[in-house]
Ligand binder design. Structure first.
Ligand SMILES: NC(=[NH2+])NCCC[C@H](N)C(=O)O
Length: 371
């Protein structure tokens, strides 16, 4: 027995769509709209995968802006809740949101891992190796002759603790190829090795206390790493639904009672609208940090263009799925935040793809032409 029946068309809804998506397809328009919705769902479902693979291969994610991923995740949480509360949204919109939230959270966690934990871990290894090298460097080649050297008067460590530290580090640094403290963080954040580290004029970096080239200021308070800020932001965003077992409830409601939830209150739709507009505002600003990062690095190295090709296709089919279903102003009006965000999303995705073509091909061509 079908759960729903198309009254206008006097026929039952398509069974599997009804069963799994709680959506009723009555006519060709509905079929087309659902088809577009599915394409959008699949595209968003796979969009992040190429970048996840690229990060894995390069063991780095410095080409992806963390701010960009964070705005996506923040927008996704609002999107999910907004879809639950606003009846004008389609079931495919809700499932799409569920899918890309998951994949973007995976990409975000991977990026944080490679840019911070992996780099720290690797750098820690380098320092340990250096310490080992230093020990062997201090050992005299011929232990017997060691005693016959002219003794260097050693200053009391209490009297000049800083100077001693200075001598030690200067000596080891002079012999070492390892970047000074915090340098490796800059490389990870600001781009590939093609950008000279010292010319990196990241405004965020400028705000950090600069360690003078000639001295080591040990008494300076250490700046809080940006990762901590991101971490706190992420934790807060994720905590919102988790706080009241919300995420599990959100998923559960989506599968069983999205319709029920939407039907039972007009007030909820108002909240849905507010969440929708907030989501649109956040999403529309999302790609800007990525665009800026590409300009700052003057390169798109490490960035997989497929993420934006899929996003563009997904946004286009998303708009189509809404507009093909109905042209009734009431429905379109209620869906306005989602429509507007997807249309702006198309423009921004296109911009990033053009940036990619420019940095990858056009600039390389003009450079090789100059030579
Ligand atoms: N985590 C995601 N992939 N979120 C999707 C963001 C969708 C939004 N329309 C945009 O293109 O920016």
């Amino acid at each position: 027995m079908p759960l729903y029946y198309c009254v206008a068309e006097r026929k039952p809804c398509v069974r599997w769509v009804d069963k799994y998506f709680k959506d009723c397809l009555c006519n060709l328009r509905d079929d087309l709209s659902f088809g577009f919705g599915l394409v959008s769902l699949v595209c968003w479902g796979v969009a992040d995968i190429p970048q996840i693979i690229t990060n894995y291969q390069t063991k780095s994610s410095h080409s992806v802006s963390l701010a960009f991923l964070l705005t996506w995740v923040a927008g996704d949480v609002l999107n999910l809740t907004g879809c639950l509360l606003e009846p004008a949204t389609l079931p495919t919109q809700y499932y799409t949101a569920l899918l890309y939230t998951t994949s973007t959270v995976v990409l975000l966690l991977q990026s944080v891992y490679y840019d911070y934990f992996y780099t720290w871990w690797k750098c820690g290894k380098v320092i340990v190796n250096q310490a080992g090298e230093e020990e062997s460097y201090k050992k005299p080649l011929n232990p017997k002759l060691a005693d016959s050297g002219v003794p260097i008067p050693s200053a009391s460590p209490k009297a000049t603790p800083r100077r001693e530290f200075y001598y030690t580090s200067a000596r080891s640094m002079a012999r070492s190829d390892a970047p000074p403290f915090r340098k490796y963080m800059r490389v990870a954040r600001s781009g590939p090795s093609t950008v000279p580290v010292d010319s990196d004029s990241s405004s965020e970096d400028e705000s950090a206390p600069v360690t003078s080239k000639n001295s080591v200021t040990t008494s300076q308070p250490r700046p809080i790493p940006r990762s901590v800020g991101y971490g706190a932001f992420l934790a807060t965003s994720l905590n919102l639904p988790f706080g009241s077992k919300g995420l599990t409830q959100v998923v559960y409601m989506g599968i069983t009672g999205r319709k029920l939830l939407q039907e039972h209150s007009v007030e909820r739709s108002v909240y849905g609208q507010w969440l929708g507009w907030l989501m649109a505002a956040i999403y529309m600003g999302g790609p800007l940090p990525q665009i800026w990062l590409n300009i700052k690095r003057g390169s798109v190295e490490g960035l997989n263009p497929l993420i934006f090709v899929f996003a563009l296709t997904a946004n286009v089919t998303y708009v189509a799925s809404i507009l093909v279903r109905t042209t009734e102003w009431d429905k379109i009006k209620a869906n306005m935040p989602w429509l507007l965000d997807a249309v702006v999303g198309v423009a921004l995705d296109l911009f990033i793809i053009l940036q990619y073509i420019y940095y990858r091909h056009l600039r390389t061509m003009t450079r090789s032409g100059d030579e």
